[in-house]
Design a protein around this ligand. Structure first.
Ligand SMILES: C[S@@+](CC[C@H](N)C(=O)[O-])C[C@H]1O[C@@H](n2cnc3c(N)ncnc32)[C@H](O)[C@@H]1O
Length: 176
């Protein structure tokens, strides 16, 4: 009986891992999270204010949104479509007693009209596809901050080059 239960648990886990890998492959976004130092730099550059609504499209385990909430008092909304990743995110949220909202959904279905700042760490293909949606839905004044990949169709207001010593990736900042 116990052996059956353990077997079922591992089968379900393996299936979720497989779904996560397939989802990542199809979406054209890497599944690696932003490193701590790049997150710190992105949050600093975002000039966040208490109570601001921020989005992380493809939020992974929510680490960026949780850190922004703890350090700047922002309201974080994260879209994530990989099942295992969002499960890790919910555990992360619990551990940090965070109020960020996880939306287990494709970010192409998100309504971005209330976003004041949007963080992106996706592949070039996904950012290319997202660009017209951002153009259409985001209000004037919205800040977009991208880790590593630029946002096609927009001219950055600032580009921070990769810094090997500081271990930060290239960061692109856009103001709508
Ligand atoms: C490179 S990770 C970035 C995670 C997080 N934003 C960070 O900076 O640490 C990209 C994430 O986007 C998610 N993702 C890719 N396409 C997506 C889509 N269409 N809708 C929701 N999530 C998506 C992936 O599952 C992955 O967790």
């Amino acid at each position: 009986m116990l052996v059956d239960a353990i077997l079922i648990f591992f089968l379900v886990f393996a299936l979720l891992l497989l779904i996560t890998a397939v989802v990542n492959m199809i979406s054209g976004a890497p599944s690696v999270p932003s490193n701590r130092r790049t997150i710190a730099r992105m949050l600093k550059e975002a000039k966040l204010k208490k109570g601001q609504t921020i989005y992380d499209l493809g939020c992974g385990d929510g680490r960026l949104l949780i850190r922004a909430e703890k350090e700047f008092g922002t309201i974080g909304i994260g879209y994530e479509n990989a099942p295992i990743t969002i499960m890790l995110g919910l555990i992360n949220k619990l551990i940090h007693r965070s109020k960020i909202q996880f939306r287990f959904s494709n970010f192409f279905k998100a309504n971005l009209s209330d976003a004041q700042t949007i963080f992106l760490y996706l592949g070039p293909e996904a950012q290319q596809k997202l660009s017209p949606k951002i153009k259409k839905e985001c209000k004037k004044g919205t800040t977009i901050i991208c880790n590593t990949f630029h946002l096609p169709g927009f001219k950055e207001t600032k580009k921070i080059p990769k810094d090997k010593k500081a271990r930060t990736n290239t960061i692109y900042i856009y103001k709508i």
